[in-house]
Design a protein. Structure first.
Length: 295
């Protein structure tokens, strides 16, 4: 240990080599022993430097290999951790997505069922309200129309008044008039279709009774009153006119066919029509006036 220490201390350093001076010899030059010793010291110093360089190079290579392996291990570890994190994130996202989808499906199913129930209840309620409104409106309208038509039918027409004022000129078929039949009993909860049909029949009979353009007794006698439906007008003892359903429409058609054929100004063809008969618009207007008066 002492020898190595002395050898180490004997090895010159850079500060020892640069200012070193040799002793001149007697014959010229320098002392060989001193030069040899210095050369050995320099060679030892160079060998030490070479060994140090070799050691440092090996150490650097080792460190480099360790660094490369460490970086590779670190990268591998980071990659594995990243893959694990990504896999865990995907699993968690899939689980959350599945739970959200299940919750959304359950919510949508419940909402659909609730909406279907509300819609069916609203539809039933609407149908009930519509049916009730239709029944009430049709019943009220039909009752008003029938009441107005009944009032107009009960009112004696000018033709009936003229016939009752002159009993001598009463035709034979009118002398066989029967007593006025009793009005039918009030019927409740009747369907609107029946009320509409009854009103239409009463309206036609009313128009026939009040607007029949009797010009003479011959025109009245020209109408075929022997139909199965019976007479059109019956004179009651009180002088009121009663009309039986079904007779006015047929008698009206028979009366129109009994009229002479006239030329129509629009198409020039011969038609059996009377200028005194009211048009459909006039009949509707007259009916509207009757309803307004009744209200």
């Amino acid at each position: 240990m002492a020898i190595s220490q002395a050898r180490v201390t004997a090895v010159p350093s850079e500060s020892d080599v640069s200012p070193h001076r040799f002793t001149p010899a007697k014959r010229g030059g320098y002392e060989a022993e001193e030069v040899d010793q210095f050369v050995r010291r320099v060679s030892d110093y160079v060998g030490r430097l070479e060994a140090e360089v070799t050691r440092q190079r090996a150490r650097a290579e080792l460190l480099e290999r360790r660094a490369v392996s460490a970086s590779e291990a670190a990268y591998s570890r980071v990659f594995r951790n990243l893959v694990d994190v990504m896999r865990s994130a995907e699993d968690a996202a899939a689980k959350v997505r599945a739970e959200a989808n299940n919750d959304a499906d359950a919510t949508m199913t419940a909402m659909r069922q609730e909406a279907a129930g509300v819609l069916s209840a609203a539809r039933r309620e609407a149908e009930t309200l519509i049916a009730s409104a239709k029944d009430d409106t049709a019943r009220a309208k039909a009752e008003r129309m029938i009441r107005a038509a009944t009032v107009e039918v009960d009112r004696p027409s000018p033709f009936v008044a003229a016939m009752t004022a002159e009993p001598v000129d009463t035709p034979p078929w009118l002398s066989e008039a029967t007593e006025e039949p009793l009005p039918p009993a009030a019927e409740f909860e009747r369907p609107p279709e029946a009320l509409d049909e009854e009103f239409e029949a009463v309206r036609r009979q009313l128009v026939w009774v009040r607007t029949a353009p009797w010009e003479s007794e011959d025109d009245a006698a020209a109408v075929d009153l022997s139909a199965p439906d019976g007479p059109i007008v019956d004179l009651a003892p009180a002088g009121r006119a009663s009309v039986e359903p079904g007779s006015a429409i047929k008698s009206w058609d028979l009366w129109k066919r009994s009229r002479p054929r006239e030329r129509h100004p629009a198409n020039g063809r011969g038609e059996r029509r009377s200028p005194e008969l009211p048009t459909t618009g006039e009949l509707d207007l007259h009916l509207a006036e009757l309803l307004a008066t009744e209200e």
